[in-house]
Write a protein that binds this ligand. Structure first.
Ligand SMILES: [Ca+2]
Ligand SMILES: [Ca+2]
Length: 98
């Protein structure tokens, strides 16, 4: 029950994080790390492909790279925004294939 509520919360909040405009400059993106900390499916996926130094932790720069990759994966209509549906579809695809 609690897990279901958390999952619904994640589905409601995570796309909003992704919808934020990209910050300019070289500053690591805090929202990127937050995205993966909130969703274990994305965290596992990010660690599998973007844990560049293999410490099984996602550093902010690794999270930013992973978030960019996730945006490209999820934004199927290329409008620069991830809708709830796009987020859910990308998450499902990751769950099935990874
Ligand atoms: Ca790492
Ligand atoms: Ca889109």
């Amino acid at each position: 029950m609690v897990a279901r509520v958390v999952a619904l919360f994640l589905l409601a909040v995570a796309p909003r994080l992704l919808a934020q405009p990209m910050p300019s400059g070289l500053r690591p993106e805090p929202a990127a790390l937050e995205l993966f900390e909130r969703d274990w499916v994305l965290m596992n996926w990010a660690l599998k492909y973007f844990d560049a130094n293999h410490d099984i932790l996602l550093q902010p720069d690794e999270a930013a790279t992973a978030a960019d990759a996730f945006r490209r994966l999820a934004d199927t209509n290329h409008d620069g925004r991830i809708t709830t549906e796009e987020y859910r579809a990308a998450r499902e695809s990751i769950l099935k294939h990874d």
